[in-house]
Design a protein around this ligand. Structure first.
Ligand SMILES: C[S@@+](CC[C@H](N)C(=O)[O-])C[C@H]1O[C@@H](n2cnc3c(N)ncnc32)[C@H](O)[C@@H]1O
Length: 395
């Protein structure tokens, strides 16, 4: 793997710098590891600067700091559970840690310790001495649940994600991504050329992403009169597969990067059940979209790019689509102009870190569509409460 120069990391106490004091770390409204505000007793907050004895210590805030200090632990432990097959081994009834250790071939004592940590994190529930039950979270991490959610956890734990997150302070100082400086090339080039294993984990994580909303999208699209649907950046084809299965009269074109199409779902590959109606087109939508269709879809693609790339890509799609074909962009639309601090704020920061991309408000989307010669003619919130389907038409 090629690596470029290592950047200085001023936020660490390296090179003789003084480490931050605990008092510096206390924000006025401390946040939990999951980002939720930790409410503290206002009297304690007022007196926080004068704390002298251990009785006055705000234990909730200290716990919050501990959780943040070991913030990577919940994800690492959950990933370990996924890798061990722990959540698949759990049954409907509470199960003893020793039984689980046998099922997943782990050291019984170490597994008990992992289960305790997972219970503290809320991934499993401890219902008796060494007795553990599923929670909604652990159920979602089973491999028999649609969504490949385990891959999302694994993606967050990849070396590429962990490494780039270490440059958050530098990125915020600079105001743009350091991905190329750190990894030697842009995000997608790196995933497709230098770290294909991480690339495959990313593509599988994205499958889960699509799986959660695909039936909702299929239900909302009126494809009765369409002949060819084009999905741009459809990844391994989870959404287009479902669309083609639900619409037997329809043909589909999946345009994505070549390395992604090499790993497309079996149904869409030559010889697969949908292959006669599916065409795989390797390409770069930022440069051109040379595919004719009656409907175009870009789901979770544009938020991965900076404004100019979004405009260039939308313009390419608009040229291919002409004025009669709807262009559906399915992405986050930030409420209240992006001032909310919901989960989208995490995704927004990750987008900045990896590729100068961002989550956008409806005002920002409207401006980008407009610059590409498109009008937004409808917007529909999807059932996951997170994504919105924007319908654009070329003028
Ligand atoms: C965040 S993923 C979303 C995948 C899928 N649409 C979903 O919602 O799960 C972004 C997709 O855009 C593809 N992509 C990236 N750069 C591209 C380009 N220049 N042209 C076409 N597709 C691209 C990626 O390979 C990936 O499949």
């Amino acid at each position: 793997m090629k690596r470029s120069r290592r950047l200085p990391r001023h936020h660490l106490s390296e090179g003789g710098k003084t480490p931050p004091k605990l008092s510096d770390l206390f924000p006025s409204e401390p946040r939990g590891a999951a980002g939720q505000a930790i409410r503290t007793d206002p009297r304690q907050r007022e007196g926080a600067g004068k704390m002298t004895s251990s009785e006055n210590i705000d234990k909730t805030a200290v716990l919050g700091i501990l959780r943040l200090g070991f913030g990577c632990a919940p994800a690492a432990f959950t990933e370990a559970g996924v890798e061990l097959g722990l959540f698949d081994a759990m049954t409907e009834e509470p199960v003893h840690a020793n039984e689980l250790a046998t099922a997943v071939k782990a050291d019984p004592d170490a597994l008990k310790r992992l289960l305790r940590a997972l219970a503290f994190t809320g991934v499993v529930e401890r219902v008796g001495p060494d007795l553990y039950a599923h929670t909604p979270l652990s159920r979602q991490l089973r491999t028999d649940v649609p969504g490949d959610n385990g891959y999302l956890i694994r993606w967050g734990m990849t070396r590429v994600m962990n490494e780039i997150m270490r440059y958050t302070a530098e990125t915020v100082r600079k105001g743009s991504t350091l991905f190329e400086e750190v990894f030697g090339k842009p995000f997608y080039d790196y995933l497709s050329q230098d770290d294909i294993e991480a690339g495959n984990i990313f593509n599988r994580a994205m499958i889960g992403n699509s799986g959660r909303v695909s039936s909702d999208i299929v239900g909302k699209l009126d494809l009765a009169h369409a002949q060819t649907l084009v999905e741009i950046g459809g990844g391994r084809g989870r959404l287009i597969k479902e669309i083609l299965e639900e619409n037997p009269h329809l043909r589909g074109v999946l345009l994505d990067l070549e390395y992604v199409l090499d790993d497309v779902l079996t149904e869409l590959r030559p010889g697969g059940a949908l292959a006669p109606r599916a065409r795989l087109v390797p390409g770069d939508a930022r440069k051109s979209v040379d595919v004719k269709g009656d409907v175009y879809i870009l789901k979770n693609v544009l938020h991965m790019w900076d404004d100019q790339t979004v405009v260039d890509t939308l313009r390419n799609v608009a040229e291919a689509a002409g004025p009669n074909a709807p262009i559906y962009v399915i992405d986050v639309v930030l409420e209240t102009g992006g001032e909310t601090d919901d989960a989208s704020s995490y995704m927004d920061m990750l987008m900045l870190l990896i590729m100068d991309a961002k989550e956008r408000s409806i005002g920002e989307w409207t401006s980008l569509f407009d610059q590409a010669g498109l009008d937004i003619v409808s917007q529909t919130r999807l059932s996951d409460g997170h994504l919105t389907m924007l319908e654009g038409r070329a003028r």
